[in-house]
Design a protein around this ligand. Structure first.
Ligand SMILES: [Zn+2]
Length: 116
């Protein structure tokens, strides 16, 4: 399904439904754990114990979630929530880098060959 161009009212309704559940996913107790080895891969763990988590791949070329909803509709609340979360984490990391630079500006090479 094309997320930006739902084919009919049912698809639009389904998308709105999924998006609103994605919006509150982490408030509902779901957790999102990134894979250390790949920046696009995450595991989404439901709040209930003894339930299986879902593997989510947010790579733009091959989006994926291992849940049944994604298998049927090529979109799901886990995928949308992780995309949002990853964008947020990227913005935070970017801000931290900017802050780091503001705290320790680098004016060319350090003559004593210090940290930089
Ligand atoms: Zn899913």
């Amino acid at each position: 399904m094309n997320l930006n161009h739902p084919r009919d009212i049912n698809q639009a309704r389904l998308l709105a439904n999924i998006a609103s559940r994605a919006f509150s996913l982490f408030q509902d107790g779901y957790r999102c754990c990134p894979f250390e080895t790949c920046p696009y891969l995450f595991v989404v763990l439901p709040p209930a114990p003894d339930t299986v988590g879902y593997v989510v791949d947010i790579h733009p070329d091959h989006p994926y979630c291992s849940c049944p909803c994604f298998a049927r509709h090529q979109v799901c609340k886990h995928y949308l929530a992780v995309v949002e979360e990853a964008a947020l984490l990227a913005r935070v990391a970017e801000r931290e880098r900017e802050q780091e630079y503001a705290d320790h500006p680098v004016f060319g090479c350090e003559p004593d060959g210090g940290e930089w």
